[in-house]
Design a protein around this ligand. Structure first.
Ligand code: SF4
Length: 177
C-alpha cells in the first residue's frame, strides 16, 4: 500500500497542540504504517514539499510570513486540517486583536518597569494587526477544536483520515463547508 504524505505546521501557536499529538505516544508508531511525515517541527525538513496528502496546522495567522507559508501549504496539500483552537478561531493569540499589534507591542515593551523600555525594531517578525484563524485566508477541510485537542482526539482523527474512514472522525471535529 502506498503511504500517505503527512505534514504538520507550527504557526503562531504555543506548541501545545503538537505536544498533545506526541502524547499519543507509541500509538503514533502504529500509524507510521500508513504515512510518512514529510514536513513538521518533529522532523528536520526545511522546505515545505509538493504533493502532501494531509497537513495539520497549529496556530493562527499572525504575520505576512505566516500568510505566505499558508498559501504555499494550501497549494501543495490535498486535505488541510485546522488543529486546535488557535487555528480554528484565533484563540489566545487573537486576544491582542482588541488593541491591535502596535498598541500591544507598546504595552509589552514600554508599559512595564523595564530598564530600557523600547519596542524592538528589526529583531522581531513583522506582525499583522490581528491574529486570525486560517479559514480567513484559505479553505480548510477539517476543523479539530480544543486547547489543545486531546491526544485521543488527534490520534482517532488521524487514524480515520489515513484509513479513509471519515465516518469514524470523532466529534467535535467537523468538516469545513
Ligand atoms: S490551541 Fe491551545 S494548545 Fe494549541 S497552540 Fe493554541 S493555545 Fe496552544
Amino acid at each position: 500500500m502506498k503511504k500517505l504524505r503527512l505534514a504538520t505546521l507550527w504557526l503562531d501557536g504555543c506548541s501545545g497542540c503538537h505536544m498533545s499529538l506526541l502524547d499519543a505516544d507509541e500509538r503514533l508508531l502504529e500509524l507510521t504504517a500508513f504515512f510518512d511525515i514529510v514536513y513538521s517541527p518533529l522532523v528536520d525538513v526545511k522546505q515545505f514539499p509538493e504533493k502532501v496528502d494531509i497537513t495539520c496546522i497549529e496556530g493562527p495567522i499572525s504575520s505576512p510570513e505566516d500568510e505566505r507559508l499558508l498559501a504555499e501549504v494550501r497549494k501543495r496539500t490535498r486535505l488541510l486540517v485546522a488543529m486546535g483552537d488557535c487555528a480554528v478561531t484565533g484563540n489566545i493569540p487573537a486576544m491582542r486583536n482588541i488593541e491591535g499589534a502596535p498598541a500591544m507591542l507598546q504595552n509589552i515593551y514600554t508599559g512595564q518597569e523595564l530598564l530600557q523600555p523600547q519596542v524592538p525594531g528589526t529583531d522581531i517578525p513583522i506582525l499583522n494587526d490581528k491574529a486570525l484563524p486560517i479559514h480567513h485566508f484559505v479553505p480548510v477541510d477539517l476543523f479539530i477544536p480544543g486547547c489543545p485537542p486531546s491526544a485521543d482526539t488527534l490520534f482517532t482523527t488521524l487514524t480515520a483520515l489515513v484509513k479513509g474512514e471519515t465516518d469514524q472522525i470523532p466529534l467535535p471535529a467537523c468538516f469545513g463547508a
